[in-house]
Design a protein around this ligand. Sequence first.
Ligand code: UFG
Length: 334
Amino acid sequence: MNLLVTGGAGYIGSHAVKQLISLGHRVVVIDNLFRGHREAVPSEVPFHQLDLAETGEIIGVLKEYKVETVMHFAALTYVGESVNKPLWYYRNNTAGALSLLEAMEICGVNRFVFSSTAATYGEPDSVPIKETNRQAPINPYGRSKWFVEGILKDLVIANPKFGFVALRYFNVAGASADGIIGEDHEPETHLVPNVLYAAMGKRDKITVFGNDYPTPDGTCIRDYVHVDDLISAHVLAMNSLRDGDAKFYNLGIGHGYSVGEILNTAKSVTGRDIPTEYGERRAGDPAQLYADSTVAQTELGWKPVHTDVNEVIESAWRWHTSHPNGYGSRRQDV
Ligand code: UFG
């Protein structure tokens, strides 16, 4: 299959590129490198530094590489940042997707795999979260993606040859088994890398955002899915797509871990102390999000391999300790 991967230089997109080329697909990447790393994309993969707003250039790429399917990872993904900079999120995530979809329509590309998010559910009315749970995002990040889901539903009605799958990610963590690529954000706001940075001494401490949530230890509960498992679901979803499909799948391991539990796991995986302080709640954070991924498992045959959070954190630890300065470390190695 000829694929365009947007955001292929980012954390999740780069793991997708790796898996797709290992399966023999032909991949072209676009990424504006705002937070991505050119080094995360193998040199043999065609790469174009483009922003999603550049509709005309994207049309050129779709035509040049005879793209059949688009996997759309390019997005801003920080819940907290989205609360402070909502327009960034609507421009990049919502308007950006619109520009990409327009380019696809012009070129007759009718297959779309969309990175959606558990943040579209907001504060869930019940857990584990099923795809049929009410979607009521409580932050601009979740809303920016939820709008795209709505646009996609409208597109399928207008064009019965179009088919899409929206994959609602829970908390993605870990790194590729060979340790070549991993998570490297600037700034880094996610829990798992920051906890490991504190273990490495790259940060003084970790601040737990709120310990007064209605959860057993008072800290937020999330579902940590390994990035390689997440990408396996993309491949299965892509292969399943047919004309007129409008599919939605939750991608999580179905087990929630509190921030406190992640800290304890990271202490045992690293064998190091992790200096911790308790701070205020972070704006836009729901108390608990964990998935019921039964539909992805039964319809797609998806079986997450890394269902133990220890393994997820171990794989992230391997990446961070072998690349203490992220992709900067690799540049120094060369
Ligand atoms: N947290 C801390 N301290 C930190 C960082 C995070 O206590 O230094 C807490 C957060 O408050 C939250 C949990 O750890 O309760 C996880 O936070 P992350 O920032 O790692 O991830 P989020 O849950 O905010 O968001 C992630 C992705 C989103 C996705 C969401 C779905 O970044 O794209 O998971 O669950 F939508």
